[in-house]
Write a protein that binds this ligand. Structure first.
Ligand SMILES: [Zn+2]
Length: 265
């Protein structure tokens, strides 16, 4: 499931091909992608439009169009853009220079929403907290979001209103970095631990972006290299890089969770 680093990688690749260019034609084959709108209607609205910019907010991609409207894309489980013919294609855009841009989605949970600019802002502001790599993601903000919560800290930081774009992989990596046990009640973290957590989240996401995300071998994010640098995610039984204790797997917030019982307290 793509998280902030994978979506940011998708953004960069899409922007390089589409930003500043016109969409010559658009075809959407899967009505689930655009519902409740008709796919033909969305395709017709996209065709001929210039893409002013391709941006990211949390795990969403935003294509700002010449008309002022915004195509808000959420990749969910397995969505992604491809520049060569791919299996499970659900839509195809052609740029004015002939570049073919396919949207593939094996499990079909991805969504394309065409919104007016203020609708897009509202849609996102209800669902998302500040960007974790931006200036508004401060220790006081994070402390305020965790205060009084008995939920495990792992579950608390998966809430997109707390950390926009964080998902299961990078949450585990961030908690390892911060040396915090994933099942600690969120409201019991000290100020120093919250600061360490904020730094850990930013460090894990930045590393993921530099490695162009994680390729988990399912073909969704081919080319990413972050999977070679996981410290805990998926590594049950392997020795911790910091203290040598075998990594353990548990569950937090309904998600598989990996941590080091030796140095995450
Ligand atoms: Zn350890």
């Amino acid at each position: 499931m793509p998280e902030l680093p994978e979506v940011e990688t998708e953004r960069g690749r899409l922007a390089a091909r589409l930003s500043g260019r016109r969409i010559a034609s658009a075809r959407i084959d899967d009505p689930r992608l655009t519902r409740p709108e008709e796919p033909e209607w969305i395709a017709a609205a996209l065709a001929g439009q210039r893409v002013e910019s391709v941006e990211r907010r949390g795990k969403y991609l935003l294509l700002r169009l010449g008309s002022g409207s915004v195509l808000l894309v959420h990749l969910r489980m397995t969505g992604g853009f491809r520049y060569e013919p791919a299996t499970h294609e659900r839509a195809v855009l052609e740029a004015e220079d002939g570049t073919r841009i396919a949207y593939r989605d094996l499990r079909r949970f991805g969504t394309w929403l065409l919104l007016e600019p203020d609708e897009a802002e509202e849609h996102l502001s209800i669902r998302l907290g500040p960007e974790p790599l931006g200036r508004r993601f401060t220790t006081p903000f994070l402390a305020g979001r965790l205060a009084g919560r008995r939920a495990p800290v792992k579950a608390a930081i998966l809430d997109q209103r707390t950390v926009a774009g964080l998902g299961n992989i990078y949450a585990d990596e961030a908690l390892w970095q911060a040396q915090i046990h994933p099942l600690r009640p969120a409201g019991e973290l000290s100020a120093d631990e919250i600061e360490a957590l904020r730094r850990g989240i930013r460090a894990a996401l930045r590393r993921g972006i530099r490695r162009q995300g994680a390729d988990l071998g399912d073909g969704a994010y081919a080319g990413g290299r972050m999977q070679h640098e996981f410290r805990v995610y998926g590594l049950a039984g392997e020795p911790c890089d910091r203290c040598g204790t075998p990594i353990e797997k548990t569950r937090a917030g309904g998600r598989g969770t990996w941590y080091c019982p030796g140095c995450q307290v």
